[in-house]
Design a protein around this ligand. Structure first.
Ligand code: SF4
Length: 375
């Protein structure tokens, strides 16, 4: 079976994968809600960190728990817990990012049976010099809580091994992303997204093996399709592989992205330091930030522009989860930045399910403007 088929299998059967892992390894499975959670510490404890994702179905089970004007992703994720689809989870961890997803955590803790629930602080002002020592201390508390819960000491070596495994994962995925700079990339945007989402669901050591196999498969691979318009996908949480597939079927290829199941998840490595917790903290402080943590200095914007140029992007899809204020606030600035750089943009608002009929017409029109260079 090829690496892509393996990624697809894990995504389709993610609950089964986690339960099989638990049975095989005898460890605990811990769900996380935001890419600011330091998975490395959970992994160092011999546990499997898995991202909690929605199922993109219409649902009404969250209405009594969470405001209907909170983003569809945080409601969809909570729905999975309320429906018992994550009943095998031993723990859930969240790092403060936005208020919407924090409500998912709070309601999960209160209304879904779970052995261990941990909410950690994550500085909003990551650019403050006090952020790193603060977060290092916070990670120390988190490590202690995991030790107390599991009855196992997390040693320095455990942390270093986890850092090496996670850094390898990041490096291999970056190597594969590098191939997307080619005139005819050997991988589609949907395939790249499957690779990253599988990474969020799998044991990283196992995912690393698959990435090694994938790199070999990609050498000389001909995917038998035209690249056509080179697109970039930018936004917040994104795991809608079907949407990416449908856009690519219209005659386009996503060659790069900036969202939570893409570069923002894995781009930045952990740099060596004497104290592994301080090294992990530095990574989460210095990583390409989410919009709410990108003030006063805007680091996200030049990073995005640099990527767009490096990957020779012709057009940008800016998507926003409905009611997601943090990302919505950035859209006018992003649009302006791309307009000044002659890169056309299209803004789409996502719900748990998407109105493909309406989207399709708009995307086709957008792709036509790119083809005829009308913008
Ligand atoms: S999509 Fe926006 S509102 Fe929803 S969890 Fe992410 S940042 Fe928060």
């Amino acid at each position: 079976m090829g690496a892509i088929e393996e990624f697809e299998k894990v995504i389709a059967k993610r609950h089964q994968y986690a339960q099989d892992w638990k049975q095989k390894n005898g460890g605990k499975v811990v769900g996380w809600l935001c890419t600011y959670v330091p998975e490395e510490i959970i992994y160092a404890a011999g546990m499997l960190p898995v991202r909690i994702l929605g199922s993109h179905e219409t649902q009404d089970v969250t209405d009594a728990y969470i405001s209907s004007i909170y983003c569809p992703f945080c409601r969809d994720a909570l729905a999975q817990g309320l429906k018992g689809r994550y009943s095998y989870l031993d723990g859930i961890v969240h790092a403060r990012s936005c208020v919407h997803i924090r409500n998912t955590f709070v309601n999960w803790e209160r209304h879904v049976p779970i052995d261990f629930a941990y909410l950690m602080f994550m500085p909003a002002h990551v650019q403050s010099p006090r952020s790193k020592p603060f977060l290092t201390k916070e990670y120390g508390d988190f490590k202690e809580a995991l030790e107390k819960w599991s009855g196992k000491v997390i040693s320095r070596n455990d942390l270093v091994r986890a850092i090496v495994t996670y850094n390898t994962n990041r490096r291999l995925m970056k190597q594969i992303y590098e191939l997307r700079k080619r005139d005819n990339p050997p991988i589609t945007g949907a395939e790249a997204m499957k690779m990253v989402i599988a990474s969020q669901l799998m044991d990283k050591a196992e995912h690393n093996k698959l990435l090694g196999q994938f790199i070999k498969e990609l050498y000389g691979r001909d995917i038998g399709r035209e690249t056509s318009a080179r697109l970039m996908l930018i936004g917040s949480e994104m795991d809608d592989i079907e949407f990416v597939n449908l856009v690519e079927e219209l005659g386009a290829t996503f060659v790069i992205d900036e969202h939570c199941s893409g570069t923002r998840y894995f781009w930045d490595e952990i740099l060596p330091e004497d104290d592994p917790l301080a090294a992990i903290a530095a990574r989460y402080i210095d990583r390409i930030p989410c919009p709410p943590k990108d003030w006063p200095e805007r680091r996200r914007l030049p990073f995005i522009l640099e990527l767009a140029r490096a990957y020779n992007v012709q057009g940008v899809l800016l998507y926003q989860q409905k009611f997601c204020d943090p990302h919505e606030f950035d859209i006018p600035t992003l649009k302006q930045m791309f307009t000044e750089n002659n890169i056309p943009t299209l803004v789409l608002e996502f719900d748990a399910t998407i109105p493909w009929g309406q989207f399709r017409t708009r995307i086709e029109a957008f792709l036509e403007t790119l083809t005829f260079n009308l913008v």
